[in-house]
Design a protein around this ligand. Structure first.
Ligand SMILES: [Zn+2]
Ligand SMILES: [Zn+2]
Length: 570
């Protein structure tokens, strides 16, 4: 059991105790333990004895005993009792932004609301606003949050959806030669509505029998037909569609079941549509579909009907950035701040993956929740970087691997960066990101970012909207104003490659390119494994039409160093 899983259980216990109006001291003992253990990075709690646990900050004798029990059994009797006394619908209210356990208790105890549906009705008829301690603005906040939750239901982020699709295709590949994910997955959508899988077979009946034997698949018989299996995968709410396709139709159906309606409806010069050619022509491959339609080839991920044919007037598919084009990894965290691996481990794995440089960018001093670096720690980290770089240079004098000194500086409330100028000047590059006070109007958020972009020390604008897919809407920004300013001040825009973020949204990439703004595919890795998130970043970057020559971290080390030197002089 990981430290974060243990922390989650302690935090849940504190929330439930508060919901049930328990003794404040008891609540505090769990929430304080959760708070401090969340920051504890020096060891695995699961391997510690009760005595060792008691020595940690925030952990009392009785909490230590609970942790031992959690590690052994995954829970403890008091938590189980709390869970038993809490309706599932009340637990779901914990997901609503803007109300904590105390307010949920009021809703539950005073209005008898124990599910999200009743909560929505009570907000709509105004009874929530009348409750003491809630009021009209909280009622509106609850409604907004409920609308968001509803909109996200039944959807998965691309990483999870890919994992679920793989579970299914791995099973089907045991019996069928060609099994292809289609739909959102093939288009590399950041959010997946339906997991669609095509199976080439002469025998739809055989496919049905095979699917019937896969334990984790739950069929919706009413929605299924002899040719299309519909249902879902156990424990995942997302819709699954598995379609039997005759061998001679495989090319056509894979195309039709993957491209968006707008792409399929795109008109050809001869008054036809892409759909007609994809549906009626008998063709060997997808290139031939575009050929017969008299249109340029579009890669599957771009088939959105979002300007890809216009893009293709001046670009070819071969110009799109690939993983192999990337030469370095910028924006990464180490144990200096909230990362899980040391600077050296991060550097060695980066090198092992074949990259020329690692840009470290730990959190800055204001980000105390993420162990942001105090000035002394910045100095210490720079000394370690120089030592490691000297070692790399000695190992390979011809083409040494290099760590670049970066920081992910918080953009403070007024738009300024997080250190005095003389410290900012010691970094090779700076990623500027917003992490706090995320509730802002469009005007306020835009101005805050603009001020950071104008700062001569800002190299990269990090995760521009702060969104967390399916979990938190980003703050609203005027994308055009931000990108225009990045063009003016030569600031690179990040495509944060974490599947939670994928921010900048790919829909704005073509505007960046039009304005000459470079984009950096950054994993925001908090461990060595995090580097691999760049695969998601590359996928959405290609979807938005990002070319290799406009990709910042496709610069070789030599060009990167030249670029950064020049920038600092300006
Ligand atoms: Zn960040
Ligand atoms: Zn970061």
């Amino acid at each position: 059991m990981s430290n974060s899983e243990i922390v989650e259980i302690l935090e849940l216990t504190a929330k439930l105790l508060e919901l049930h109006g328990a003794d404040p001291f008891k609540i505090k003992s769990y929430s304080i333990a959760g708070f401090y253990l969340d920051k504890y990075k020096d060891g695995d709690l699961q391997n510690m004895s009760q005595v060792e646990l008691t020595k940690l900050q925030g952990v009392g004798k009785s909490t230590a005993a609970k942790i031992i029990e959690i590690v052994k059994t995954g829970t403890f009797p008091e938590l189980e009792e709390l869970l038993q006394n809490t309706p599932l619908g009340v637990m779901e209210m914990f997901n609503i932004k803007g109300i904590g356990p105390k307010k949920i208790a009021v809703l539950w105890k005073e209005l008898g609301i124990d599910n999200l549906h009743e909560l929505e009705l009570a907000c709509l008829n105004g009874s929530v606003a009348k409750l003491k301690g809630l009021g009209g603005s909280i009622q509106q906040k609850i409604l907004d949050s409920l609308a968001f939750i509803k909109d996200q239901a039944g959807k998965l982020r691309m990483d999870k959806a890919g994992m679920v699709a793989k579970l299914i295709t791995d099973e089907l590949n045991k019996s069928f030669e060609e099994v292809e994910p289609a739909g959102d997955i093939r288009r590399k959508s950041e959010i997946v509505d339906t997991i669609k899988i095509l199976v080439k077979t002469d025998s739809p009946a055989l496919l049905q029998i095979t699917l019937g034997g896969i334990e984790f698949l739950v069929q919706d018989e009413k929605k299924s037909s002899p040719f299309i299996w519909r249902g879902n995968v156990q424990d995942f709410a997302v819709d699954v569609e598995i379609i039997a396709v005759k061998p001679e139709r495989m090319v056509n159906e894979l195309f039709l079941e993957s491209a968006s309606a707008d792409h399929l409806g795109y008109p050809t010069a001869l008054g036809s549509t892409v759909w007609r050619h994809a549906n009626f022509d008998v063709l060997e491959n997808e290139e031939a579909i575009y050929q017969s339609a008299g249109l340029p080839y579009i890669v599957p991920e771009m088939r959105e009907g979002a300007g890809e044919f216009q893009w293709a007037e001046t670009h070819t598919a071969g110009e799109l950035v690939t993983w192999d084009d990337l030469k370095g990894i910028l924006h990464n965290h180490s144990t200096y701040s909230d990362g899980q691996n040391t600077l050296e481990q991060m550097a060695l794995y980066c090198q092992e993956l074949g990259f020329e440089y690692l840009g470290i960018a730990d959190h800055s001093q204001t980000a105390t929740y993420a162990q942001g670096l105090k000035i002394e720690e910045v100095i210490k980290q720079h000394a370690e970087i120089e030592k490691l770089n000297a070692r790399f240079a000695a190992q390979n004098p011809e083409k040494p691997f290099k760590i670049l000194k970066g920081i992910e500086s918080d953009i403070l409330g007024d738009g300024s960066l997080d250190y005095p100028a003389e410290i900012l000047a010691t970094f090779d590059y700076i990623v500027a990101s917003v992490h706090s006070n995320l509730t802002m109007t469009l005007e306020k958020a835009t101005n805050r970012l603009l001020k950071a972009i104008e700062n001569p020390y800002t190299t990269i604008l990090g995760h521009p909207t702060g969104r967390l897919l399916l979990s938190r809407e980003g703050y609203p920004i005027d994308h055009k104003a931000i990108i225009d300013a990045c063009a003016e001040y030569q600031v690179v825009v990040e495509i944060n490659a974490s599947p939670w973020r994928l921010d900048l949204d790919w829909r704005w990439i073509s505007y960046c390119i039009e304005k000459g703004v470079l984009l950096s595919i950054n994993p925001d890795a908090h461990s060595t494994a995090g580097y691999l998130d760049m695969h998601y970043g590359v996928a959405v970057a290609r979807k938005g039409g990002l070319t290799k020559d406009m990709t910042f971290n496709a610069f070789s080390l030599e060009i990167m160093e030249e670029y950064l030197k020049k920038r600092l002089k300006k």
